[in-house]
Write a protein that binds this ligand. Sequence first.
Ligand SMILES: Cc1cc2nc3c(=O)[nH]c(=O)nc-3n(C[C@H](O)[C@H](O)[C@H](O)COP(=O)(O)O)c2cc1C
Length: 215
Amino acid sequence: MTTELKVEAEFSKVIRERHSVRKYDPSWKISDEEIKAILDDAILAPSSSNLQPWRFIVITDPALKEQLLPIANNQQQVVDASATIAVIGDIEAYRNAEKIWEYAEAAGYVTAEVGAAMAKRSRDGYSSMPVQKLKEIALVDGGLVSMQLMLAAKAKGYDTVPMGGFHPDKFRELFSIPERYETVMLIALGKAAAEGRSTARLPLEEVVQWNGFEG
Ligand SMILES: Cc1cc2nc3c(=O)[nH]c(=O)nc-3n(C[C@H](O)[C@H](O)[C@H](O)COP(=O)(O)O)c2cc1C
């Protein structure tokens, strides 16, 4: 269908034109509504058992950005970008299992009976997992939502850079983040003042093996 081809072409453009941007127009303000629209797209990402462990801290306050700057290794984009979004992951996301399935029931996707059974299965299964496993899940799901956030932003004409270069303990302290949450990454979001540089990728043959793996 023509419409499908059009959507595919646009997606192709978005993923090819996304580059990590580190120079932002400090005078550009992205409205709260636009940021919410980007996050609304991002949270459509898949997650383990749909438990959606991601949580976001949207940092737009200039004074708070200044406090974040040294914690983020003085990466200037933290201050210059319109917002820095911290993605954190709830390692006890299974506590929301009932709520999530109630939303599904309210939307007419499942019966109350099926929803309750699915919620119980998730809660029982995840609450008995080792903490390390729950952290890994929060990080994987957090990575997926982060990628989707960056592409959603690009599709709306904005740029981003994901940042792992920050001190998680100091970040945790600044926002009084309980142990229950893992820090995933920071994402600067704003209007580019200079294009991100193009980066090379390993050729497909070097990263793909078919039907087996030889290292
Ligand atoms: C998990 C993660 C952490 C990163 N941390 C930083 C960072 O702290 N500072 C930075 O400038 N770029 C950071 N980057 C951006 C990478 O350098 C960049 O994605 C990579 O060079 C590929 O370039 P591209 O994003 O323009 O395609 C990070 C990327 C990822 C995925």
